[in-house]
Ligand binder design. Structure first.
Ligand code: NDP
Ligand code: GDR
Length: 353
């Protein structure tokens, strides 16, 4: 009998990659999706169409991280061997506007699942993965950031995730639940949500290239991130839960790049070289050959408090989990731009009838 996994946030970027990975490994996968007035299962629909995946192996259930009784019932009904808690209001800037909701879903939501495991007497059966984040490190204390680096979150999102991190550690220590944190640095893919900076850039590059968008409005060009590929990171999540002992791990590439570099590389993919002009709010990115303005800094995208630099040290994951990222920065940018070049074309054909 294969294992049973329950994934919250299955309709998100990581949920879709993780569900595919676990199905490939022979798991039965139960996913929790939210009721929405518009379509929200686009990323996992392909899994239903895969002839290898029977409908009995992949099941979606309605649920929400702020609804305890629903979560308890779903854990009871599915009796999972592994729970991957990926659901969250995951946008840092949005968390400044929806701070209480973010605290509820991203912080207390973690507690609700851990309590479900405890109350249902599943502590010896069910392993728990918490989607913790490099946003916990926030204001730079040391680089590279590792498991022992002090936390200093810089947003309601980071603060909510801090609670999620520690309640996971606490339930491990207090009740002996096999509960682990993956402290994941930014990871992207063609399935990344369209308002995160990488996808926003690659979509804009594709749309500018196809002539359906004028320019890209952007926030802080000098923020630096350790960007990896989601496909590699979900493999790390799975490895974390296969360990005999629960623990906390950083997953990162060990390289950092600025938003500015990401933009330059993405435009280079369509043969455009960007020259920068001005500084701060007035800064512009110009096509070095034609002089056309393609990028403009817009203070609407500045954050009240910013995380300036993230650079992870994945040494523990290398050593204990045998996990290494495979897809590098350049290949990531290339894959995302190429995917958006075809997405934008398809959208255009659709809108032209
Ligand atoms: P996404 O934003 O793509 O996906 C989030 C998922 O959570 C979606 O399925 C969303 O549903 C669901 N969700 C949101 N709120 C609720 C709620 N109240 N109840 C139930 N489901 C909810 O995020 P990612 O896939 O990128 O990230 C997965 C997890 O990993 C998140 O917890 C994120 O905070 C964390 N993380 C992500 C990193 C990254 O770089 N991607 C790095 C470190 C941590 P819907 O589709 O309906 O919106
Ligand atoms: P982040 O990702 O905040 O690191 O959180 P995001 O892509 O939103 O921002 C990265 C950096 O780019 C700067 N930036 C912009 N960001 C957005 N979204 N839009 C812009 O126009 C823009 N211009 C500049 C930001 O200021 C920031 O410095 C992601 C999420 O997936 C979290 O859920 C996860 O926990 C962390 O990564 C690790």
């Amino acid at each position: 009998m294969g294992k049973v996994a329950l994934i919250t946030g299955v309709t998100g970027q990581d949920g879709a990659y993780l569900a595919a990975l676990l199905l490939q490994k022979g798991y039965t996968v139960h996913g929790i999706k939210r009721r929405s007035s518009s379509f929200n299962t686009g990323r996992v629909d392909a899994l239903y169409e895969d002839p290898q995946v029977s409908s009995a192996k992949f099941r979606l259930h309605y649920g929400d991280m702020i609804d305890s009784t629903n979560l308890i019932r779903l854990v009871q009904e599915t009796q999972p061997d592994e729970i991957y808690n990926l659901a969250a209001q995951s946008h840092v800037q949005v968390s400044f506007e929806t701070a209480e909701y973010t605290g509820n879903a991203d912080g207390l939501g973690v507690l609700r699942l851990l309590e479900a495991i405890r109350l249902l007497g599943l502590k010896d059966k069910t392993r728990f993965y918490q989607a913790s984040t490099s946003e916990l490190f926030g204001k730079v204390q040391e680089t590279p950031q590792r498991e022992t680096t002090p936390f200093y979150p810089r947003s309601p999102y980071g603060a909510a995730k801090l609670y999620g991190y520690w309640i996971t550690v606490n339930y491990r220590e207090a009740y002996g639940i096999h509960a682990s944190n993956g402290i994941l640095f930014n990871h992207e893919s063609p399935m990344r949500g369209e308002t995160f900076v990488t996808r926003k850039i690659t979509r804009a590059v594709a749309a500018i290239h196809h002539g359906t968008q004028e320019k890209l409005f952007i926030g802080n060009l000098d923020a630096k991130r350790d960007w990896g590929h989601a496909r590699d990171y979900v493999e790390g999540m799975w490895r974390i839960l296969q360990q005999e002992k629960p623990d906390d791990y950083v997953l990162a590439t060990g390289e950092t790049h600025s938003v500015r570099e990401f933009i330059e590389l993405a435009f280079a993919e369509v043969g455009v070289s960007i020259a920068w002009d001005g500084a701060g709010v007035g800064e512009r990115g110009i096509d070095a050959n034609t002089g056309r303005e393609l990028v403009r800094v817009d203070p609407r995208y500045f954050r009240p408090t910013e995380v300036d630099l993230l650079l992870g040290d994945p040494a523990k994951a290398h050593k204990v989990l045998g996990w290494h990222h495979r897809i590098g920065f350049k290949d990531l940018v290339k894959e995302m731009v190429q995917a958006d070049l075809s997405h934008v074309l398809k959208e255009e054909h659709r809108s032209n009838g």
